[in-house]
Write a protein that binds this ligand. Structure first.
Ligand code: GRF
Length: 189
């Protein structure tokens, strides 16, 4: 099996990156993590790239060459698939067009509910009875591309933001790899 050369975009802790690197060691897993792009010099997640000898670059959204640096490196590493794993910047329409249906994102709610930031606090305020995560394609509208997979959990009366985050991330570590497997089972590109 020829693995798709994949770039993971991160901004922070990188636990989904760590999980995907570990899953991609399996010969049957459809992607190879060939590049990590990070927009935050302080991001802990970059350590997982270093430790596993995955090439990584930092980008600064405030700099003029931000977009070009991303495009140059995607080309240089022959990237054909992109996973956003906690990347806190909006992806440009140009990049979305270049990678139509080849960029996916993981979001910590049951979309279309709770798009955007601070999902857990808003879920508690809204007295939601279930939470979860969604892996979806990225299109021009924030957190609005079609869903690939969702996983749910029940919210208990005394769950707080930290507990919701833990429950969500536990599901994310299953959902992200499953979504990737599903995509490459159903499509050939
Ligand atoms: C995840 O919970 C994801 O849903 C959200 O950002 C978080 C990233 O976590 N988009 P990590 O950096 O992978 O630990």
């Amino acid at each position: 099996m020829v693995k798709k050369k994949t770039c993971i975009f991160i901004s922070g802790k990188g636990s989904n990156l760590r999980n995907l690197i570990s899953r991609s060691r399996d010969n049957n897993f459809p992607i190879k993590i060939s590049l990590v792009i990070c927009n935050n010099m302080e991001a802990y997640g970059v350590n997982y790239a270093k430790k596993n000898k995955v090439p990584y670059i930092f980008v600064d959204a405030k700099k003029k060459n931000y977009e070009n640096k991303i495009l140059f490196n995607l080309k240089k590493h022959k990237i054909s698939f992109i996973c956003l794993a906690g990347y806190m910047k909006i992806i440009s329409n140009n990049l979305i067009r270049l990678y139509q249906k080849k960029i996916i994102n993981i979001h910590p709610s049951l979309l279309p509910k709770f798009k955007g930031l601070n999902t857990f606090a808003r879920m508690l305020k809204n007295k939601e009875i279930q939470g979860g995560c969604t892996v979806h394609y990225v299109n021009e509208k924030l957190d609005s591309g079609s869903t690939i997979i969702q996983k749910k959990f029940i919210i208990n009366a005394n769950d707080d933001v930290n507990i919701l985050k833990k429950k969500t991330q536990k599901l994310e570590y299953k959902a992200f790899p499953e979504a990737i497997i599903n995509i490459f089972r159903n499509f050939s590109f």
